[in-house]
Write a protein that binds this ligand. Structure first.
Ligand code: 3HC
Length: 284
């Protein structure tokens, strides 16, 4: 199946990045947000990334213009009616996703493939909420989407071979390196990353070292681009807490149980970079 037009649902941090890489790869891309102000913010983020890229000599003026020319925004679901493939990157809430898929199914063709960028929800459960469980899969990107090479391709129990192959080839066409991950909480990367991050919090609570020393240790000792607390603030403490809870619920293993400090930081609104404070303080 040939993919020409791509829809992206949600223009937050992940959705805007996904829309950007699809447009950069030459797909006609339409990104949909529920409110114009959210759309403006997300598209502004894409423009800024491309401008910064030009200033750094990493993006050519032609590539910037081509990406922007392929990208448009909309608030009506109807704008996605001609899409061959739609990637959903909205809030991690099953009911909201179900409602969005139902609205989408009213406007798209029967051939259209639906993909979710969920980091934690069950792909088979999402697929079952649609009338096209065989044309449904997971496509999990990493933050920051335009820079991270990896994409996880997840098959639901119901995903057809055709859909899987089309999606895998589509991920490659975006210039990404896809891997096939199982429909289990955390897929491959978060299954290994989240227990590591939770362990770092537990170790810190137990007095292993300062935040700075633990971060420096893992960054310089292991060659990781960020230490665990810098990464937790980057990913968002609420996001990590949410994923950990889903993993713990499914596996019932202590390694996935969110540590008390993580829960309390989320309750206090210390969510990381996005709220101005997490393990570290941000902004002025
Ligand atoms: N346009 C084009 N290229 C750009 C750019 C732009 N606007 N901005 C930066 N770049 C390029 C830089 O030129 C540089 O390229 P080079 O390596 O060829 O020189 C590269 O991108 C890195 O940029 P910077 O030097 O500005 O920044 P850093 O070196 O500090 O890297 C980072 C930033 C890529 C975010 C790095 O710190 C990193 O990889 N951190 C870890 C991120 C991570 O683990 N993400 C996954 C989180 S988990 C997740 O998302 C899953 C979810 O389910 C929770």
């Amino acid at each position: 199946m040939q993919i020409k037009t791509v829809g992206v649902l949600g223009c937050g941090l992940m959705g805007s990045g996904i829309a950007q890489v699809c447009a950069a790869a030459g797909y006609k891309t339409i990104v949909r947000e529920v409110e114009q102000s959210f759309l403006d913010k997300g598209l502004g983020r894409v423009r800024k990334f491309l401008e910064d890229g030009v200033a750094k000599g990493k993006v050519t003026v032609e590539a910037r213009d081509k990406t922007l020319a392929h990208l448009s925004g909309a608030t009506a679901v109807d704008a996605l009616k001609d899409c061959d493939l739609v990637i959903e990157a909205i809030i991690e809430n099953l009911d909201e996703k179900r409602k969005t898929y139902a609205a989408l199914e009213q406007v798209v063709g029967t051939h259209t493939i639906f993909l979710s960028n969920t980091s934690s929800l069950c792909i088979t459960e999402l697929a079952a909420a649609t009338a096209r469980p065989d044309r449904f899969g997971g496509l999990h990107f990493f933050n920051p989407v335009p820079l991270m090479k990896l994409v996880e391709v997840i098959r639901a129990l119901t995903t057809s071979d055709d859909t899987y192959q089309t999606v895998f080839a589509f991920a490659q066409s975006l210039g990404k390196e896809p891997i096939t991950a199982p429909d289990r909480p955390g897929f491959i990367v978060n299954r290994l990353l989240v227990p590591y991050l939770l362990d770092a919090i537990r170790a810190y609570e137990n007095g292993l070292g300062t935040l700075e020393d633990i971060d420096k240790g893992m960054k310089l000792g292991c060659g990781y681009p960020m230490g665990p607390f810098t990464l937790l603030d980057f990913v968002g403490l609420d996001t990590t807490y949410y994923i950990a809870n889903i993993m713990f619920e499914e596996f019932r293993e202590p390694a996935y149980a969110p540590p008390p400090l993580l829960k309390r930081m989320v309750l206090a609104g210390r969510l990381g970079r996005k709220s101005g404070q997490g393990f570290y303080l941000y902004g002025s």
